[in-house]
Design a protein around this ligand. Structure first.
Ligand code: TYM
Length: 334
């Protein structure tokens, strides 16, 4: 087995990235790029598992690349490309559709959430989405996958698929079993309106999330309106057990200010949540608004972003083709 460490991760181009994407994934992408070979993919084939307006999809792909760069990804260090530009994703996905089991997919909670109450009407693509995700990772024989906690189950499935392929085709260690890299302190940023739901692009209210392109004014308003608690800030984490909104705000503050939770509680216990909110809004404005401004600036030069994708596609294709040759050989495809 190749001992080389390879990082792969993907982000869907479904519009405006938010604080959850940033803290759960992008920040980790950036810190890994100086340690390992990193491949970061704008997963447009995943996005179309729910209907996307074609013009918006094109725009969102470039916006996602701009967000990668603005967050600190360097195209000289990391391979940045869009999924549909490398046909190997679709080909391997088909092969893995034949390895993965219906029973495994039936357990995927994200499909149940996304398909809603009328599963008969969900696209077949949405159902087999986790197999495409496994293909993304295994096409590059990636060993490490930085993601938020919401992707953990999909990562476990990718490992099961890799293992079954290695067993079925009698090629022990052919695919490495990819390891999820999930942020320890803040693996799931929650909605600002409902602390039991993750912050998400699809939640209706824009007040539920901080978008990377929000203005200082918007960030301040959203934090001010965020649900918290009518009691004062407690001195122990235990007292926050049934207060998910308050815990979420404290978690976000702790992560961005790089002060651990206990210390934040020590400093703030006995104060009103409005005190925390003022500090949180300030620190968010100073960290997020420069990124938003950079995204907007980068979006003014489409050809620069397209050139990055093109170069990334060339580099990704070389690795993908080489691996696919061996995969076809293992499966018996001539
Ligand atoms: P996507 O586009 O929904 O999200 C991109 C990344 O952001 C993380 N994330 C969060 N982290 C913490 N708190 C949140 N509220 C939050 N919301 C989103 C996600 O965990 C993810 O890491 N299926 C994937 C994309 C994908 C992929 C892959 C990832 C396709 N192929 C292969 C890894 C490897 C998705 O829909 O992410």
């Amino acid at each position: 087995m190749s001992k080389k460490k390879i990082v792969f991760s993907g982000v869907q181009p479904t519009g405006n990235l938010h604080l959850g994407n940033y803290l759960g994934a992008l920040k980790n992408f950036v810190s890994l790029q100086s340690k390992m070979q990193c491949i970061y993919c704008v997963v447009d084939l995943h996005a179309i598992t729910t209907f996307q307006k074609p013009d918006e999809l094109k725009k969102n792909v470039l916006e996602t690349v701009a967000s990668f760069l603005a967050a600190g990804l360097n195209p000289e260090k990391s391979i940045i490309f869009n999924q549909s530009a490398v046909p190997g994703h679709a080909e391997l996905s088909w092969i893995l559709n034949c390895v993965s089991r219906v029973g495994w997919l039936n357990r995927m909670t994200q499909f149940k959430d996304k398909a809603g109450s009328d599963k008969e009407k969900a696209s077949v693509g949405l159902y087999i989405y986790p197999n495409l995700m496994a293909a993304d990772i295994l096409l590059y024989k990636a060993t490490h996958v930085p993601v938020g906690a919401d992707q953990k189950q999909h990562l476990e499935l990718s490992r099961d698929i890799a293992q079954k392929f290695n067993n079925d085709f009698n090629c022990r260690d052919f695919f490495p079993l990819p390891e999820p890299l999930i942020q320890k302190n803040i693996s799931r940023v929650m909605s600002l309106r409902d602390g039991t739901k993750k912050m998400s692009k699809s939640e209706e209210s824009d007040y539920s999330r901080i978008n990377l392109q929000d203005s200082a004014d918007e960030i301040m308003k959203k934090i001010k309106k965020a649900k918290s608690d009518s009691e004062q800030i407690p001195d122990s984490l235990k007292s926050l057990e049934n207060k998910p909104e308050a815990l979420n705000l404290i978690n976000i503050y702790s992560e961005i200010s790089k002060v651990n939770l206990e210390k934040v509680l020590n400093e703030m216990s006995g104060k009103e949540y409005s005190f925390l909110k003022t500090k949180l809004a300030e620190i968010l404005v100073s960290e997020i608004t420069p990124i938003g401004k950079e995204i907007k600036k980068l979006l003014q030069d489409r050809s620069h972003l397209e050139a990055i994708l093109k170069k990334g596609k060339r580099k990704a294709s070389i690795i993908a083709e080489e691996n696919l040759k061996n995969i076809r050989e293992k499966v018996g495809l001539i």
